[in-house]
Design a binder for this molecule. Structure first.
Ligand code: NAD
Ligand code: DAU
Length: 351
């Protein structure tokens, strides 16, 4: 094995795509997936790689410092790709402390373990922190976030991610840890938990339930195909210089209401419904508190320096996403009924 990599949060939406990519593309790497299996962690996302010789799942909580230290003591990891987080803005408004614990304390625990157990060999190790464009705050009608945009987070979620980014940079500046950070825009694709806008809308339209649109639906998000994000992480992990930050985004801005209408049209077509049927489910609801108006990422640094470009046009990606959810009804039913949560006991507890 040429590299032993600890990927945190690998049972979640983006993490499962990253784990799958690394396990399949790099058979000579040894991939450890550390995940607490919160409501967002689902091992059914990874059934296609769970028996691979270069893959190991470890259930655990990054908030537990002793556990993390033991893990680093036992395994001489060459690198960490850190995705584990509480990730949903609405939940952060309801329970901010969960976000402080996992996103801030959990990240610092990992940094401390890396610092302690990698001592003296930082040039051969790498700590990759996966972050979000939300740390930059909100844009008006124009402009884009670059890597030098000042941090201005507004939600407890983005404040916790901003804090974790600062700690990662501080460990580079203070202790010389080899770190890289990427800040990505909104992802979409398969295995996305149906509390987030796109999978929630797909599920509700499928079940003829109201599709909640916050406020007037005028907020803008910049959507990126999740596999393009995983590919960017791969490139940055292997090629970025130490201490660098890269923005990742799709150059693909959509007002929420326009996106939902596009999705309604696709769903009508796929479900054989008369055009206009699904749009009738759109229901305007009370706006999210502190709702950021617009995000847009300038990813030209990543495109120019490392040659990454998004691969998929949005309408095509959205159709693929809808197809995946319609073909994977059992996944959706298990997730919405929380049936997937016993999968660990059935498949792993005995191993
Ligand atoms: P997710 O909520 O789908 O998955 C998070 C994973 O982390 C889950 O598997 C969960 O079980 C695990 N986890 C949570 N708390 C943990 C803890 N204390 N210890 C160990 N594991 C824990 O999130 P996602 O959407 O896949 O996001 C992954 C990362 O990417 C996050 O850091 C997020 O901030 C970042 N990000 C997400 C997006 C997006 O659009 N979803 C965009 C940019 C950046
Ligand atoms: O920008 C990157 C971020 O994108 C990630 O860091 C977060 O982890 C991820 O959850 C996502 O945050 P958003 O808040 O942008 O995503 P969400 O899917 O929750 O909402 C997208 C937009 O849709 C936002 O403007 C709020 C709106 N919305 C959301 C939901 C769930 C609705 O109008 N109705 C809804 O029911």
């Amino acid at each position: 094995m040429t590299k032993k990599i600890l990927i945190t949060g690998g049972a979640g939406f983006i993490g499962s795509h990253v784990v799958r990519r690394f396990v399949k593309k790099y058979p000579d790497y040894s991939i450890f997936n550390l995940d607490k299996l919160t409501y967002a962690g689902n091992l059914l996302n990874l059934t296609d790689v769970e028996d691979a010789a270069n893959y190991k799942f470890v259930k655990g909580d990054i908030v537990e410092a002793e556990f993390i230290n033991d893990l680093f003591r036992t395994h001489d990891f060459d690198a960490v790709i850190h995705l584990a987080a509480e990730s949903h803005v609405d939940r952060s408004i309801a329970s901010p402390m969960d976000f402080v614990m996992t996103n801030v304390i959990g990240t610092v625990n990992l940094l401390n373990a890396a610092r302690e157990y990698w001592k003296g060999a930082y040039d051969k190790k790498r700590f990759y922190h996966v972050s979000t464009d939300e740390v930059y705050g909100a844009l008006g009608e124009t402009g884009m976030f670059t890597e030098s945009t000042s941090y201005d987070p507004h939600s407890p979620y983005s404040a916790s991610k901003a804090s974790s980014d600062h700690f990662v940079r501080a460990y580079h500046d203070t202790y010389g840890l080899d770190v890289v950070i990427s800040n990505c825009s909104n992802n979409y694709g398969s295995h996305h938990f149906p509390e987030k806008l796109i999978p929630l809308a797909i599920n509700n339209i499928k079940n003829n339930k109201p599709v909640p649109v916050y406020g007037k639906g005028e907020n803008v998000r910049d959507w990126l195909w999740v596999e393009d994000h995983a590919r960017a992480i791969d490139v940055i992990f292997h090629e970025a210089k130490t201490g660098e930050t890269y923005n990742i985004g799709g150059h693909n801005e959509w007002k929420n209401i326009d996106l939902i209408k596009l999705l309604c049209g696709i769903m009508d077509e796929k479900l054989g419904r008369e055009a206009g049927t699904s749009e009738k489910l759109i229901t305007y609801v009370t706006d999210r508190a502190g709702h950021d108006l617009r995000y847009a990422i300038d990813s030209s640094k990543l495109q120019q320096k490392l040659g990454w470009v998004p691969s998929l046009q949005f309408e095509e990606g959205l159709k693929k996403t809808v197809d995946w959810y319609l073909e994977n009804e059992k996944w959706l039913d298990d997730v919405t009924s929380f049936n997937y949560q016993s999968y660990y006991e059935k498949q792993y507890a005995e191993r």
